[in-house]
Design a protein around this ligand. Sequence first.
Ligand SMILES: Nc1ncnc2c1ncn2[C@@H]1O[C@H](COP(=O)(O)OP(=O)(O)OP(=O)(O)O)[C@@H](O)[C@H]1O
Length: 621
Amino acid sequence: MAMASQEGARGDDAWSEILASGGGGGGAHIRAVYVRRRAQEASRQRNADPRVGFAAGENRPSFAPIRRNSWNRSLSIRGRESIFFAPGTNIHPQQKPCGALKRPPKPCNRVKKTRGGPPDLRKEKAYFEEVDAFELIEESPSPKNFGTWTRGIEQNIIVHDLSAILERWKISKIARCATSGPLFDIMETPLVPSVLSNCSTDNYAGKGFKTPEKDRATRRTITSGYTSNSLKNISGETSIDASFSELKIKEEPTSIPSLSGEALTAFAQLLMVCGQSAPATLAEVLSAYCKLGSIVKLGEGTYGEVYRAGSTICKVVPFDGNSLVNGETQKKSEEELEEALLCLTLNNLRADRGDKGKEYSCNGFIETKDFWVCQGPYEPSLVSAWEDWDAKNGSENDHPNDFAKDQCYIIFVQADGGRDLEKFSLLDYNEARSLLLQVTATLAVAESACEFEHRDLHWGNILLARDEMPDKNRTMTVTLQGKKICARTFGLSVSIIDFTLSRINTGDAVLFFDLSKDPDLFKGPKGDRQAETYRKMKKITKEYWEESFPQTNVAWLIYLVDIVLQKKYETCTTKEEKELRSFKRRLSSCGSARDCLGDPIFSDMLSEEEEDVWPSAMPLL
Ligand SMILES: Nc1ncnc2c1ncn2[C@@H]1O[C@H](COP(=O)(O)OP(=O)(O)OP(=O)(O)O)[C@@H](O)[C@H]1O
């Protein structure tokens, strides 16, 4: 409650802050910032930039600095983690310890080993060989054979076998943790192929997964519903008791010499997800999407450079190298693999994927069309696209020629989502509501289907596109618990991107980013909307980042209303501004995006019927 009233008070301030800043006259006091981890040099240059106050490519004043502010973050933190659990465990909501902000001790690895020796991975090896034999074919429906490629590949969508990829990842991770120390938690992990069917793609989409109940004090998994297929397969032991998951595998690399041969490395798995047997060059991949000379850089992030190649978007992210990139330690294969898993899980929510009658569907997350692993020098056409963008926008990233000649990259091939909200000008109240409704509905579906929380939904991570032929009656449909809901879009399409900090429950694993390893994230400027939202998340989660807290989605929706108020469309009336502000106040009492969807601000935009076009009888605003 305290937080709600505080937020309400801040909300009342939003408009007066804008007016105080010049009411659209170029003041740059309100800072909506990105979380970027840049070298201090870049930050100094940015602060000296005279163009602050005008949005790129627009001649109207903006309330945002063109160069984004950031605050320092540790250079070598690595926060992506995962927890496994068996399907069938109890699925009650977690009880939070009242007022206890102290973080529990870090859970240790929980694979049971054979007494006095290493885990026996023979069965997993046999399984692996079997699975690999057919999956290499299954996962490579696209002809990733450069010699025979033809242009036009960008229209193809590669279908990935998510459940098989997840299982392979899980097995390898268990094996790796046995040799490389405490990388992750395993709560309960069925490891035989027969259990895999429980998390098949189709089942997944209809389930609405919940994290199983855990005893917070001991971090022990509740074992009811546990099957005999469990970890005894790798431990070699026949009896399983409730405490097995607390056992820690000590590092015994010398006693398990063959492990690396039995479980695939994260790099090898990444190649498999990409349907490749070896890395390609950047030129080979990109030339399949367009003529290399036509590539244009669209944007940049902490790690990635984003280019348009033909009709698709390619996010090129260096990984596994030793050099710092943009002042940051490079991501590891394992992190890229987990981000790929997250993207695939969200892809499965798309209405056009898999089962037609799924319980949950939405198209509001950017579609990931494919992934590629590349290695070699940075492609010269990308370098010139990078330099063109730098000349116009001033890059905060390192020049790509700084990369080693044998640098590895992953390319996330995505649909084109349009312009990010930072650079997009909303036209009117209906567009503003359409933005808010689409983001709310998308989060509501993913939150209900797979406990998804974005956790970093700043205005650079929301993309918008306007219909070329505006149709005021156009709708989009989401499915929430089997119910189809039509929402008027007023000609806007909204896509959510960048799942680096996101949490998701894939059905048998929770993927999350441990933000407690990144304390500087919470040290952003006081009063800054984005920085305050990270702090709000910290308060909501009490730093149990692995747990499900749908209220973090609400925190970002409140941020989004602030941004809409901040950016202000030209036609904004006092009445509309009041509506938005009272919507924001009502959001403060919501516990999830799903709750927010029921807000009266959306009621005339929603219908339960499935219609391509809004019923003509509906009154238009
Ligand atoms: N699919 C897409 N369609 C259009 N533009 C995109 C797309 N993906 C990314 N962009 C542009 O590139 C920018 C950076 O992308 P993104 O946020 O994915 O990079 P990142 O490295 O993950 O950034 P961050 O620093 O937030 O982690 C976005 O703000 C947007 O302007």
